[in-house]
Ligand binder design. Structure first.
Ligand SMILES: CC(C)(COP(=O)(O)OP(=O)(O)OC[C@H]1O[C@@H](n2cnc3c(N)ncnc32)[C@H](O)[C@@H]1OP(=O)(O)O)[C@@H](O)C(=O)NCCC(=O)NCCS
Length: 190
């Protein structure tokens, strides 16, 4: 990563800058901004920012949202990495990698047994995420392509943590789960 960027917790007055970074990163999906603005209000949600060391300017962001695995003997709290954003003019220098690594460390510190996400395996497999389906997990929707449903097992993981991943209602209210229409038709792996 560039020397002058560091990762820290989001501070109360970072909100507008964070929303601007998400909006810029997800240019063709502006709905992610409103999604995050509600996810951030869920108790236990974590928000990390990458800031330019020189001016404390926010150049990247990652959110971690509590969810559950509906295991046979209990409901297990886990975290979902979403969204991940790097300002377009600062992409390609390792800021995304640093945010994923910080998110991984934070989820581990908090005792989450697993960190889930929906995303491009070409990017996230570089950072230790693996297909979740082969590890005993079921996606929250059949509209999440198998390859996109990924997990990183953490220190608190044990094999009894298996079952369906259950998202909080905010993802559903924003219709932000999986793919629809032509985007879904392009996947044939399920
Ligand atoms: C994805 C994103 C966070 C990566 O941030 P970044 O700071 O550029 O990432 P890094 O610098 O750590 O890594 C860049 C590398 O990842 C690759 N990469 C970026 N997006 C990728 C994707 N979807 N699939 C595969 N590789 C990808 C780049 O080509 C680059 O490859 P290189 O190292 O071989 O040159 C950033 O591109 C972004 O904000 N994109 C828009 C929002 C988005 O798609 N978020 C993820 C949703 S799942």
């Amino acid at each position: 990563m560039t020397r002058d960027v560091r990762i820290r917790n989001e501070a109360p007055d970072d909100r507008a800058e964070v929303l601007a970074v998400i909006g810029a990163a997800f240019g063709t999906e502006p709905e992610v901004v409103a999604l995050w603005d509600e996810l951030r209000e869920i108790a236990g949600t974590q928000s990390l920012v990458a800031v330019d060391g020189a001016g404390d300017e926010v150049v990247g962001h990652v959110g971690l949202t509590p969810a559950w695995v509906d295991a046979p003997d209990r409901t297990v709290e886990v975290l979902v990495l979403s969204p991940l954003s790097v300002r377009p003019d600062r992409q390609g220098v390792g800021i995304g990698a640093a945010l994923v690594s910080a998110a991984h460390a934070r989820a581990d510190e908090l005792g989450s047994p697993a960190l889930f996400l929906e995303g491009d395996p070409a990017y996230y497999s570089r950072h230790g995420f693996r297909p979740a389906r082969g590890l005993g997990f079921t996606a929250p929707s059949v509209r999440i392509p198998g390859a996109a449903f990924q997990v990183m097992l953490l220190g608190a993981y044990e094999p009894s943590v298996a079952g369906a991943l259950v998202y909080p209602d905010v993802f559903w209210r924003h219709d932000a789960v999986g793919l629809r229409g032509e985007a879904l038709d392009r996947f044939t792996d399920d």
